[in-house]
Design a protein around this ligand. Structure first.
Ligand SMILES: *[C@@H]1O[C@H](CO)[C@@H](O)[C@H](O)[C@H]1NC(C)=O
Ligand SMILES: *[C@@H]1O[C@H](CO)[C@@H](O)[C@H](O)[C@H]1NC(C)=O
Ligand SMILES: *[C@@H]1O[C@H](CO)[C@@H](O)[C@H](O)[C@H]1NC(C)=O
Length: 453
């Protein structure tokens, strides 16, 4: 073997073996494969320079709940790697130039409380951050760009967790923000240091950046997707025309699940109405659609609110990466008391979510999935508690969004290609569709016309 000489061999005091790479990975096949790919690539790159490899933690391999909220990882990382200098957290889609990262970290003293990454901040208070009224002060990391925590800060956090415990809040919504809030308030006021080489999107000087999404095969045929829209009579004339004019017109198979028939609308299916929670309504939708999926050999059920805004083109590309023969539940993951380890994770309904046909069937056949009350929150029960009981973990995609574009940092949104947004409140939904999704949908429309005629 010929050793590769580099100018940093004799100067770098950081040993790569003192870096722990923590990939926030998921069990689902596509995501697990990407996490493994990232690990293998770093190993390959490192071996060209150095026989000392970094350490790796792929969080889905740990016997742990809610590792995506970071809190449960801290004590484990501290006890397993007491001598590590840096902990690099990243997603399965983070690209890392590892040798350059080692050089970069060398500019910072790991004996100090450092937290390095790509900083985001809010212009205005936002629902996804519990309307915190000090938004400008709090920087939080773009997790797809990766972030590094020094050994000293990690130990401090571990001690604070022992003394103060995790935050009291029940809901985990934007884990990176909530973690930043904890570090700022409980970690001696430590703030995230914005390091430009931790990029929001690729440019020449980047050391890390989020990889763009690439479809795994040709896009899924629209005939393989059924969309169930949850609505009721008061929205028939206000919201349904808007979604019909924008994204729903690209959908081949759909049902508008409402409390009453409406002669002016196509495809209305009447289900029992619920004023709150909607568990009974969503359960009735699953029962109804299960039969359609079976008889028409449709692979995927998409459930949306009547104020969810989608790009169907991006959705059909995204679904190419998931196997419809497996029990798949895909959407935006929230947590209820996961940081206290007595709760569960669930897919939040407004963002829209996708279930594979075998999973829909499994849910309607399981006694454990019957709604406790008709007004139980449908997403928390069916796409949380019930999924748990039928042995399926929700798969998180950061491309689904429970809130409006203005509720997110622009810097974050420009680092990805969103698939959905939610809520018509104080925005023009047509304009949101046109700004974010129209071009993508129209580009795919020409393909649809060729392949599906
Ligand atoms: C994870 O949560 C489930 C309940 O949802 C519980 O049965 C299990 O023991 C938890 N696992 C760990 C490692 O705490
Ligand atoms: C790093 O920080 C520690 C603690 O503040 C200090 O004792 C040490 O001298 C620093 N090392 C360097 C190389 O600056
Ligand atoms: C954090 O702050 C506390 C009190 O302000 C101080 O006693 C402690 O030494 C600090 N910890 C570190 C690691 O700097």
């Amino acid at each position: 073997m010929i050793p590769v000489m580099t100018d940093q061999c004799d100067v770098s005091p950081i040993y790569t073996s003192n870096i722990v790479v923590v990939v926030l990975s998921q069990h689902e096949g596509y995501h697990a494969a990407h996490a493994k790919l990232l690990k293998d690539k770093i190993i390959e790159e490192t071996l060209a320079f150095d026989q000392n490899l970094p350490k790796f933690v792929l969080t889905h391999e740990e016997h742990l709940n809610g590792s995506w909220t970071y809190f449960p990882l801290i004590p484990i990382l501290c006890s397993r790697f007491p001598k590590a200098e840096w902990f690099l957290f990243c997603s399965d889609n983070t690209a890392i130039k590892f040798q350059e990262l080692v050089k970069l970290l060398d500019n910072y003293n790991a004996s100090k409380e450092y937290w390095l990454g790509h900083a985001l901040y809010d212009k205005d208070p936002t629902i996804i951050h519990h309307f915190a009224d000090q938004p400008k002060k709090l920087k939080y990391p773009n997790v797809a760009s990766g972030f590094a925590i020094s050994n000293t800060l990690m130990k401090l956090l571990n001690n604070r967790l022992k003394i103060h415990g995790v935050p009291e809040t029940d809901f985990s919504i934007d884990a990176s923000y909530e973690f930043a809030n904890y570090i700022f308030n409980k970690g001696n006021g430590t703030r995230l240091t914005h390091v430009p080489e931790f990029c929001g999107f690729f440019t020449a000087n980047c050391v890390t950046y989020p990889k763009g999404f690439h479809a795994c095969t040709n896009s899924v045929s629209r005939g393989k997707i059924y969309v169930a829209v949850k609505t009721y009579d008061a929205n028939h004339q206000s919201r349904i025309p808007i979604i019909s004019k924008t994204w729903l017109k690209h959908v081949k198979n759909y049902g508008l699940f409402s409390n009453v028939e409406d002669k002016k609308l196509k495809n209305v299916i009447v289900v029992p109405n619920t004023k709150l929670g909607h568990c009974a309504k969503t359960y009735a939708i699953l029962q109804h659609v299960d039969k359609i999926l079976q008889s028409q050999r449709i692979d995927w059920l998409v459930i949306a609110d009547d104020d969810t805004i989608f790009s169907i083109a991006r959705l059909t590309r995204l679904l190419t990466c998931y196997n419809p023969n497996n029990p798949v539940a895909l959407g935006e993951r929230y947590g209820f008391r996961v940081i206290h380890n007595d709760g569960y994770e669930y897919l939040t309904g407004g963002a829209g979510l996708v279930l594979s046909a075998p999973l829909v069937h499994r849910i309607v056949k399981s006694a454990a999935c019957k709604c406790p009350r008709s007004t139980t929150p449908d997403d928390m029960f069916i796409f949380g508690i019930c999924l748990n009981k039928v042995g399926v973990r929700p798969t998180h995609s950061p491309l689904f969004h429970q809130a409006r574009p203005i509720d997110y940092s622009m810097d974050y949104l420009s680092s990805q290609e969103p698939v959905s947004f939610h809520k018509f409140w104080m925005i023009d939904p047509i304009q949101v569709y046109e700004q974010w999704f129209k071009e993508a949908d129209y580009m795919l429309q020409s393909t649809w016309q060729h392949t599906e005629l």
